[in-house]
Design a protein around this ligand. Sequence first.
Ligand code: ACM
Ligand code: ZN
Length: 543
Amino acid sequence: MKKTFLSAIICISCLSYSFAQTKTSLNLVPVPVQMKVNSGQFVINSNTQIVLTAQSQEMKNAVAVFNELLRKAAGYRLAVVNAPVSSNAIVCKINPAIGNAEGYKLSVKPNVITLEAQTPQGIFYGMQTLRQLLPAQIERPYLSNAAWTIPCVEIEDYPRFVHRGLMLDAGRHFQPKEFVLKFIDMLAYHKMNILHWHLTEDQGWRIEIKKYPKLQQISAFRNRTLKGRYTSPEKRQWDNTRYGGYYTQEDIKEVIAYAQKRFVNIIPEIEMPGHAVSALAAYPELSCTGGPFEVEGLWGVCDDIYCPKEETFTFLQNILSEVMDLFPSEYIHIGGDEAPKKRWERCAHCQALIKKEGLKDEHELQSWFIKRIEKFVESKGKHIIGWDEILEGGLAPNATVMSWRGEQGGIEAAKQNHNVIMTPNTYVYLDYYQANPKTEPLTIGGYLPLWKTYSFNPTPAALTPEEAKHILGVQGNIWTEYISTSEYLEYMAFPRGAAVAETGWSPNAKKNYTDFKARMIQQFKRYDGMNWNYCKAILTEEE
Ligand code: ACM
Ligand code: ZN
């Protein structure tokens, strides 16, 4: 009787121990494809070595973020060697037999950790998993005497989609370069590989273009900004402080290099033919009316857009050339959304062009415009991405469509055998409210709580399996009309950005909101360590 009682206690304490371990250390986001937790743990100490069987710069990059965190939190870096060490080591091996280029296989045993991947990028993601398996103190940039334990696990993991990202709107509000670097850290932490950088807007031009200095002098600054909520003209209030800024090409090179070390590709967006008033303020001759224009201080859609004149194409192609020289990305986003046709309807040049080219209407003229730009971009060995309006009037031959007005544009494009990135405002517009608008800071509107963003499946049921192969992935968009500070941007971006990351990485069958929410609540300790602001609404959310 006594013995049974004792073993029951032992048994319960074993259970609660393993439960506690599961709860405190295995809160991986995104959730891996396959994971088996074993007993025991690996303990990192200052003698632990990182073994790289291939010593390329990319392999060094793949372990550098992890090692730098350890330096800050534990006070030491691990030696990176290529000796055949087989104990007290994290052995990183390139293994061409790993099926997915971004996938990895991780085995944590008490004496050795083995991490295998087809590419350094896969090794990087395995290291991010190790990072999340360590105590949360690893994220704090000051010395801790935590025991640097990693539970024994066997993980096989790879992403569902090749495009997993967030879009940052630098146009409406400009984020300092240092913040962009922090944002890239956050993407990489969640195994996201794309930063879509929205660099030009009616309200500001944010990228230095050497050939057109007025884009820096004039287009990068506005004289006033709408204060508070969007209202009717007579009720509008203005902040008359001159506002603006831009990234120099040197800044951009630095950001790209930082992103490359974290296996994040940056897709720049240069908007056309609409959302271009800031450029027209400096070069009004590229409009239909000749202007004059001011860099916009009001949010919304402007009627003045580029006029498809030869000078406009010269201007845009010169800009795109500088952009393509800077960014290694295979894709360049050319916008294409929200371009009213009002000016084109009344412009003699536009109407003559429609006739000359045998076009049906202004939508076909926009399509003609985008096709011409596509031809130029393709001539440099790159491809265009455009918002779903580029479907109107006919898609450019190789264009990838970013579906934002719900999923319909994406469905149509995939049915036309075009690649698609899903970023519907019905799920992943991270500028929308995520909690009760009565108590939240002002946003543009909408309502997308975490569960709603998490519930998104990027593969529409309307597609056949063959058509569904065109869905490259998912992206959350952070438009910044109402997001003027970095703290507020962080708050809007996470934890919903983590839901986007899990949707992009983890198998649909593995997704479970209750489980995700529990993991996120544990992740918050890590966000705290990173000094990352985030919305805490799920802590009080009703089931
Ligand atoms: C968009 O939200 N106008 C792409
Ligand atoms: Zn015109």
